[in-house]
Design a protein around this ligand. Sequence first.
Ligand code: BEZ
Length: 222
Amino acid sequence: MPTLRLGNIAPDFEAETTQGPIKFHEWIGDSWAVLFSHPGDFTPVCTTELAEVARRAPDFAKRNVKVIGISANGLEDHVKWAKDIEEWGAQFAPTTVDFPIIADPDRKISTLYDMLDEQDATNRDAKGLPFTIRTVFVIDPKKVIRLLIAYPASTGRNFDEIIRVIDSLQIGDKYRVTTPVNWRKGDDVIVHPSVTTEEAKVLFPEHTVHKPYLRTTPLKVD
Ligand code: BEZ
């Protein structure tokens, strides 16, 4: 199976989830999607991550992003664990796990998405089978993979960063711009190198030319 890369169509699949059966592409519909895996249910780092994702539901919704989790456990575990996640998260803010979690006890979907780390001997179930690792796939409405990251089991992800990349991708799809190091929504952006000098004057009248290849501009976005 070839490795998935940025620009590939995200493989379609059917799965059982905590919100019923889904066909992945149909479920994504016209939205963006974040598909994120974690090593296993009832594990500490994962519990903190899923609580954070649950609390950030409005941030994803306002960007037209649907979120879906997956781990190599069955539905029964997922449902029980969701209660723990909500209990943990409630210490910080009201937390409801409103997003579906895919049951993947046979690792069919995690294998399809290359989410299993063969190297990590500490990340295995009682039978010695590898659990999923912390991957994140950001998929656009055309079902194209736009971001993929993999974190080690020992390190919780930074969902501010994932939302930051989604903002960058969505702005880049709408305007002919890219975003610089450590960019945050509202900061100046970079005029895309394909924009000619003449086009830049029209499209970005407030832009500054620092070098012929590095032009920045303020950009008003919602
Ligand atoms: C965790 O979520 O805490 C975890 C899961 C698997 C291996 C190490 C840590």
